[in-house]
Design a protein around this ligand. Sequence first.
Ligand SMILES: Cc1cc2nc3c(=O)[nH]c(=O)nc-3n(C[C@H](O)[C@H](O)[C@H](O)COP(=O)(O)OP(=O)(O)OC[C@H]3O[C@@H](n4cnc5c(N)ncnc54)[C@H](O)[C@@H]3O)c2cc1C
Length: 387
Amino acid sequence: MKSDVTYDLLIIGGGISACVFASKYLKNNITKKIGLIEIGRGLGGRSSTRISKKYKGWKLNHGSPNFNISNSKNNLLLKRYIDELLENKYIKIDDSDIFFLNEDSDLETIKKSEFSCGVNYLSLDSMSELSKKIIESNNLKEKIDYYFETLIVDMKFNDKEWLLTSKNGDKFKSKYLICSTNLLFHKRSLKILNVNQIPLRKAIPINNDKKIDLLLNCLEEQTFIPRLTFLIYTNENYSYKDYSKKQRYFYLKNNLEKKYRFERIVFQPQDNNKLGIVIHSKNAELINSYLGAKDEEVLKQKIITNFNKLFEDNSVVHKLTFDEKISIMKWRASQPSGLAVPLSLQFSRKYRIGFCGDWFEGDGFGRIEGSILSALILEKKIKDLIK
Ligand SMILES: Cc1cc2nc3c(=O)[nH]c(=O)nc-3n(C[C@H](O)[C@H](O)[C@H](O)COP(=O)(O)OP(=O)(O)OC[C@H]3O[C@@H](n4cnc5c(N)ncnc54)[C@H](O)[C@@H]3O)c2cc1C
């Protein structure tokens, strides 16, 4: 058993929603001790950064490269929190160039996309650092124990206490549980965790809690978009025209996305003065060809060929050479889609369990905006309960 401590609160997941929740929770409960369990090697989850061991000095945001806040309902909780992040200098307004490519590869600068409506923000450091700064901002008395590279596969609720078990057999106990991921409640858990029953269903059998039953029913209608990101570590002298330290985003419109199988191309200037390029794709054909690729090198060559073709007549973007280094990140569940879970199901008092993440309803569904807002709302809901 890794921990013989019973935590006041355990959090599963170390993405941005967990970090926002933990930070706010610690601010209001300075005497509590919490544990955070994450399967990854660090914080950030789907908005994290690849720090390459192979290619030194590179930091590429391989999930969400920035984030946008539309806040169409003018939620004050969200507004104030974003202002706080700006004041603390954790984020800044992202005024990078955004280009929309139409079928003739002409440049259009109309800012309209799921990922660019509202105001865009950029972490002042890498995206992983943003989560880290958020959670550490209120961890003044080192009240968090981190358990990285730990995958929870089983959960039990006995006698007012949660007992979690990891794949390696480590046990964790807590009075309250916060889940920032829905992996343990969704049918994809059966395959990914190699279990024969959805863990939350096993912990709380049907007809014991209406909220939990509704939450599990909703999640049956939620699916996930798989994505690939290609991380290109360009050669020494690669640059783009009018080089500035800013990022640069190219969004491909429908037909062009189909033709080139790219959804978005993000240029990310590096501290080492080199230029990283991250290509996002949710094209099923490309994902299948990656999964079935006997020779990954062939796929990488294809990416470069397509990139060069796409920007053939573009005077801003320079061509890539075939010896450019590329690595591939496969996101099995990059964003939820289908049915969003109502925020009214966020907390079960009876079972002392709360939920946050981008899988909740609202205009931030599937995005960082939804992750942050759901964490803020959850913390407010349980503030008085967990005293
Ligand atoms: C390629 C890509 C591009 C994107 N682009 C944008 C964008 O431009 N703008 C935008 O707003 N959003 C974007 N998103 C979505 C955005 O990244 C997510 O909405 C946000 O990061 C979700 O944060 P979260 O904390 O809710 O969840 P997560 O970041 O998924 O955090 C959950 C954490 O739980 C961990 N975990 C899961 N199950 C277990 C378990 N059983 N045991 C232990 N740990 C577990 C996971 O490893 C993960 O770190 C993008 C996502 C991807 C993948």
